[in-house]
Design a protein around this ligand. Structure first.
Ligand code: NAD
Length: 491
């Protein structure tokens, strides 16, 4: 690790980005960003209020018309330069993510690759935004359709993937020709600030990307969501906040993209390769300390292989090294807040009250930072909170099943529908599961499936819309139909 942390933090802009200038908040308010591994304050940032949010939208609205007229190649080139710059600054981005969010450095480096890929992918998609033409059935009109930028967007991102959640929204918005106001999570704004500066360094014109972070999310989002000039909100975060934003969006008839919570089933059939399933489970569960919307939430294991799977999962979990993600060899960092640690304690207690046994872990780690031991639980009934709720931490609850129809019903017994995982060597069964699981994503003998070129998103209360892939750019466009009089009509 060659990055000098103090010097790096000093280079991260601390202001609000409005019209390509980093400025203080109008009321001079600030807030602190802390390191979840040490409880130390990393930086103090300007905290936006309503006036700042409006100034950011003013800038976005002013820039929108000219930005929409730029050529696809011009926008593609900016994204491509940004992709290259994020890689050049990869060590710095990785360090910032580990410092403010806690994930181990090697995983943060993985997020640099994953996050940058949205910039490369959408730089390529910029030049492939096609419409259609047809002679309409009656022959009187010829149809031309075009995809136009939807207009100024509000982008709200969570703390768990500080770079990738920003690039997954900013990339397609830039590609489509939209201007935007980005509101990063207050727990992890440093990566987003550094990314925004990187977008400016890549040549993004004035007012296209404005960034307002602050201690009160609703002080920023409420006035913007009610502003008639805003055209779209793209949100990644909890289902509870998503519902609030959808209600506000209804009043202003905004376009919405919602990437919300999950409660992923990880299903292992009796014919699965158990070693492969355990390796997949470690990725699906322990990536990001379990703080991922795609995290395996409920392990549903066929009763005939449950002992073998449990034994192998317990030994893989025992091999993890918990600690400060900046240290060599650490594979499991701290949770984001002390509240999250308390939630893990409450979930473990509830599982035990429902008949569960703690096979490994189960407790917080004393001392500085928000550490909780990676934990495996087994034997609780399906009334336990770990079956019903999104865990968002390093708990692996194991449940067993007897039949395919039983496990499908159990897997679908949730309001969520984001990621699901199926391990079986029987491809017919895989297709039956793909048909009957109510999930936007399914990993088949694979525990980590997110990719910039694949459409990511949920059904049911996990959200609306898709990010990444060809679908990702369409979320930032609206279709215009032009009806052209056919020159031979009526002849
Ligand atoms: P959160 O909903 O608390 O916050 C997400 C963002 O919304 C943050 O920027 C926050 O400041 C902002 N926010 C909070 N209250 C708001 C309000 N009233 N109005 C406007 N904005 C508000 O979620 P979180 O704790 O940051 O992230 C964890 C959640 O995000 C989990 O449920 C996880 O599943 C979900 N998530 C989903 C995806 C996905 O792609 N589906 C990806 C990552 C995380």
């Amino acid at each position: 690790m060659t990055v000098n942390v103090k010097e790096l933090i000093n280079r991260v802009p601390t202001g609000l980005l409005i019209n390509n200038e980093w400025v203080d908040a109008k009321n001079n308010e600030t807030y602190e960003v802390t390191n979840p591994a040490t409880d130390e304050v990393l930086a103090e940032l300007a905290s936006a209020g309503e006036g700042d949010a409006r100034a950011a939208l003013d800038a976005a609205c002013q820039a929108q018309a000219d930005w929409a007229r730029t050529s696809p190649r011009e926008r593609a080139d900016i994204l491509r330069r940004a992709f290259e710059l994020v890689h050049e600054r990869g060590e710095e981005f990785a360090a910032l993510m580990t410092l403010e969010m806690g994930k181990p450095l090697s995983e943060a480096q993985g997020e640099v690759t994953y996050g940058a890929e949205f910039l490369r992918w959408f730089s390529e998609e910029t030049t492939r935004l096609y419409g259609r033409t047809a002679t309409l059935p009656e022959g009187a009109l010829r149809m031309v359709t075009r995809r136009k930028p939807v207009g100024p967007c509000l982008l709200i991102t969570p703390w768990n993937f500080p770079l990738a959640m920003a690039t997954r929204k900013v990339g397609p918005a830039v590609a489509a020709g939209c201007t935007m106001v980005l509101k990063p999570a207050k727990l992890t704004p440093l990566t987003a600030q550094y990314f925004a500066q990187t977008m400016l360094d890549a040549g993004l014109p004035e007012g296209v990307l404005n960034v307002v972070s602050g201690k009160s999310a609703s002080a920023i989002s409420t006035p913007l969501m009610a502003d008639k000039r805003l055209r779209k909100v793209s949100f990644t975060g909890s289902t509870a906040v998503g519902r609030t934003l959808l209600k506000a969006a209804a009043d202003n008839v905004l376009r919405t993209s919602m990437e919300l919570g999950g409660n992923a089933p990880f299903i292992v059939f009796e014919d699965a390769d158990i070693d492969q399933a355990v390796a997949g489970a470690m990725g699906a569960k322990m990536r990001n300390i379990g703080e991922a919307c795609t995290a395996a939430n409920r392990f549903l294991i066929h009763e005939s292989v449950a002992d073998e799977f449990t034994e192998k999962l317990v030994s893989a979990i025992k091999a993890l090294k918990v600690g400060n993600g900046m240290e060599e060899g650490v594979t499991c960092g701290p949770l984001i807040t002390s509240d999250a640690v308390e939630n893990m304690e409450a979930l473990v207690k509830d599982a035990v009250d429902h008949g569960g046994k703690v096979l490994v872990g189960g407790s917080r780690v004393d001392g500085a930072g928000n550490f909780f031991e990676p934990t495996v639980l087994r034997g609780m009934d399906r009334g336990a909170r770990v079956f019903q709720e999104e865990i968002f931490g390093p708990l692996s609850p194991i449940f067993t099943f007897k039949t395919e129809s039983e496990v499908v019903a159990a897997a679908n017994d949730t309001e969520y529908g984001l990621a699901s995982y199926v391990y079986t060597e029987n491809s017919d069964r895989m297709w039956r599961l793909a048909d009957s699981l109510e999930y936007g994503l399914m990993g088949y003998n694979a525990g980590v499936i997110s990719n910039a070129a694949a459409p990511f998103g949920g059904v049911k209360q996990s959200g609306l819309g898709r990010e990444g892939a060809a679908e990702g750019i369409e979320e930032y466009t609206s279709v215009q139909y032009i009806g052209v009089r056919d020159p031979y009509a009526g002849q």
